[in-house]
Design a protein around this ligand. Structure first.
Ligand SMILES: C[S@@+](CC[C@H](N)C(=O)[O-])C[C@H]1O[C@@H](n2cnc3c(N)ncnc32)[C@H](O)[C@@H]1O
Length: 224
């Protein structure tokens, strides 16, 4: 397993120092709401949001240590006390460390499509894992997604469209605030098409993708 590190301001914590699921209010008190970004890369979007937003808190997850350290150091240098940054695998952290239903927004931009089958456990948008990602959202919260990888984007659209807990909208125009991340800016400049989605978690809607539930039930029965 990839060792988890958690940076909050000048502090850096390991999981053994914390009570789980994480109490965000204890780590960064006084936030009015939380936004989460999965796979922050060099952190351009997370840090821009942290600089501009009023009372929200921003939690970023990144698996690559080099990027984690870069974003952590930039957040410290810029004095962003409203940021929690985690080094680790996103699905693992969502399943074991983060509370459920706390985010008003979840951002996933240009995620690695993980085409190799040995990496399939890291796919955020398979029917088996989508409930974890959607489950981060509070009712009425929004998942924002973009990819330059057309085939993967269509697959993500299918998975979200067939999820009874969200209402999906495919955007036919750029984000109103312009390119959000380094990858997006690069692809926009190169004239490459980008698929952008917004999925709102339905109030009172079910949290389970029916196909994912069937896989889990089949796996459970196989072990009996
Ligand atoms: C293609 S880059 C995009 C970075 C940024 N979102 C952007 O749009 O510029 C994908 C990022 O997600 C991270 N990543 C990929 N799989 C991940 C996982 N399972 N958990 C956490 N981070 C992951 C990668 O290390 C990389 O920084």
């Amino acid at each position: 397993m990839i060792p988890v590190r958690i940076a909050v301001g000048e502090r850096e914590l390991s999981l053994s120092e914390l009570e789980l699921p994480l109490e965000l209010e204890r780590l960064v008190p006084g936030r009015e709401g939380w936004e989460v970004e999965l796979g922050v890369g060099k952190g351009a979007y997370l840090l821009r949001c942290a600089a501009s937003a009023g009372d929200a808190g921003f939690l970023g997850i990144e698996i690559v240590s080099k990027y984690y350290r870069l974003v952590r150091d930039r957040a410290r240098k810029r004095g962003h006390h409203n940021v929690i940054l985690m080094r680790g695998e996103a699905l693992y952290l969502i399943a074991t460390v983060l509370p459920a239903g706390f985010a008003r927004a979840v951002h996933v931009y240009h995620p690695d499509p993980w085409p190799k089958s040995r990496h399939n456990k890291r796919r955020l948008f398979d029917v088996e894992s989508i409930d974890l990602v959607v489950g981060l959202l509070e009712p009425g919260g929004t998942l924002y997604f973009a990819t330059d990888h057309t085939e993967y984007g269509e697959r993500v659209t299918e998975v979200l469209e067939s999820h009874p807990g969200v209402e999906l909208r495919r955007l036919d125009a750029p984000w109103p605030d312009g390119p959000r991340t380094n990858y997006e800016a690069k692809f926009v400049a190169a004239g490459q098409p980008i698929l952008r989605l917004e999925a709102v978690r339905r109030v009172g809607g079910p949290l389970f993708h029916p196909a994912g539930e069937r896989v889990v039930v089949a796996a459970t029965s196989a072990r009996e």
